[in-house]
Design a binder for this molecule. Structure first.
Ligand code: PA5
Length: 458
């Protein structure tokens, strides 16, 4: 059983004028073929590598072995990283581990460490975490592809101070560029264990490298299963028969909704708590890859994330009756990992009686179907990604599907989906504000701005 995408409720036949037709897709067929060729060529000449990661068994094995060793030697693993160096691992960890992983016994977490992704340099959460952990039983994965990210270094410097140089040697693993950057230099100089992030894999495309696989292996997640699913999806996404290519169709549909149907807001709405963080990962991937300057203009859809059924009591009202500028991508798992039959009870209450005997997953599933049908009845399009189960194979498929779709969408939008110059501009100002040598010009630019008026501060 494989992941499928149901486009029915995105079609004109189902939702009227907001929907797409075969001719819309046909109009993109040359660009889609060009996008697939560009992906292939970039992989062949080594400029890109993310679609080939599932075949890199040596790299996967090195991360799995080191991850398992950490699980033998330590009780906890803390990932120091941000953006693409954190979100993918965090998403797969949430999707595939016990929902209360950090609270249950080691046996219930498949022998893995507890796993934490502070994911920010907010001192209140970071200090609280460090104060809570027994640092002598904790390993740290310092993850930064560039090797110089301020938030990650702020965390790492504090960890290093608390551990001391000798303990740091045993307890820190550095995951970074194989040859360049501050983290690589420090790790080499101080004898920390290291694993590489391949230079041809961008941060937000790196979850299937050691960036994701080491922490996941340490926590007891089945990394080989994830890679198998990702590899199967990468293969499916290579076909030039576009109607058979899930990533090409997904990228095309969302591109068409943005540029031909004035629906630039793309809402990912999984019906599973386990996929909440997958929503965060998607938002970063879609936004940072596609939100770009193009010539003298600007392009890019705005991704949002919601979770069913929770957000039926929140954002759904806006999706149903707000501006006609959104398309929703549901994710539905056919089978839950665990289910509960809702007991019968209080049968005199019509509001309650009908629930007894259904399962909770059945309720969730009915709500997903009902929501997509209600949107369609209101002329509002959606797509549904169906996975057979919340298991490593399906999650591997899902990750690769979105990564390839992002690469293809980059070509359709006519931008480079692998850079992030806008983010770099903010980093430059931060360095200027913090007095980093070489950033004097950035500081001068900030100082030259008009002085804030107190009239606008209440
Ligand atoms: O996708 C990206 O490239 C970014 O989101 C990076 O992952 C993020 O800025 C962190 O960068 P680094 O891994 O270099 O610390």
């Amino acid at each position: 059983m494989a992941l499928t995408i149901d486009f029915n409720l995105a079609t004109r036949a189902q939702v009227g004028p907001a929907g797409l037709e075969r001719t819309d897709f046909a109009g993109l067929s040359a660009s889609l073929t060009q996008a697939l060729d560009a992906l292939d060529h970039a992989h062949e000449r080594g400029a890109l590598q993310f679609m080939r990661l599932p075949q890199d068994t040596a790299a996967a094995q090195a991360a799995i072995v080191l991850g398992k060793q950490l699980a033998r030697d330590f009780d906890e693993l803390v990932v120091l990283g941000i953006g693409g160096s954190s979100l993918g691992g965090k998403a797969l960890f949430a999707a595939l581990s016990h929902p209360l992983h950090n609270l249950v016994t080691r046996k219930q977490r498949s022998g893995g460490t507890r796993l934490f992704f502070p994911d920010n340099s907010d001192p209140s959460t970071f200090a609280a975490l460090l104060d809570h952990l027994d640092l002598s039983r904790t390993a740290f994965a310092a993850i930064t592809k560039s090797g110089g990210t301020a938030e990650t270094w702020a965390q790492l410097l504090e960890i290093h101070r608390r551990l001391g140089a000798e303990a740091a040697k045993r307890q820190i693993v550095a995951i970074t560029d194989p040859t360049k950057g501050a983290l690589r230099s420090v790790a080499q100089e101080h004898g920390w264990a290291t694993l590489p992030v391949p230079p041809a894999v961008g941060g937000r495309f790196s979850v299937l490298t050691a960036v994701g696989t080491l922490p996941l292996a340490a926590a007891g997640v089945d990394v080989a299963g994830i890679l198998a699913g990702a590899g199967a999806m990468a293969e499916r996404c290579r076909t030039r028969s576009l109607e058979q290519n899930p990533a090409a169709m997904l990228a095309a549909a969302l591109f068409l909704f943005d540029t031909r149907r004035q629906r630039p807001l793309h809402v990912l709405m999984p019906y599973a708590d386990a996929l909440r963080e997958t929503g965060d990962w998607f938002v970063q991937l879609w936004a940072e890859s596609l939100g770009k300057k193009k010539g003298t203009g600007f392009v890019g859809p705005t991704p949002l994330r919601a979770v069913g059924a929770t957000d039926q009591h929140s954002i759904l009202q806006l999706l149903m009756e707000g501006p006609q500028d959104k398309v929703t991508v549901f994710i539905a798992a056919a089978a839950p990992r665990v289910d509960l039959t809702i007991p019968k009870g209080f049968e005199s209450q019509p509001d309650v009686r009908y629930l007894g005997g259904h399962t909770m997953h059945g309720l969730l599933s009915a709500e997903q179907q009902a929501t997509s049908a209600a949107l369609a009845a209101a002329g509002r399009p959606s797509l549904t990604i169906r996975i057979p189960k919340l298991d490593p194979f399906s999650l591997g498929e899902l990750i690769m599907l979105w990564e390839v779709a992002t690469g293809i969408a980059g070509t359709l939008y006519g931008i480079d989906p692998y850079d992030q110059p806008g983010v770099e501009a903010g980093k430059r100002y931060t360095c200027g504000l913090l007095g980093r040598p070489g950033y004097e010009e950035a500081k001068a630019e900030l100082d030259a701005r008009p002085k804030p008026s107190p009239d606008w501060i209440l």
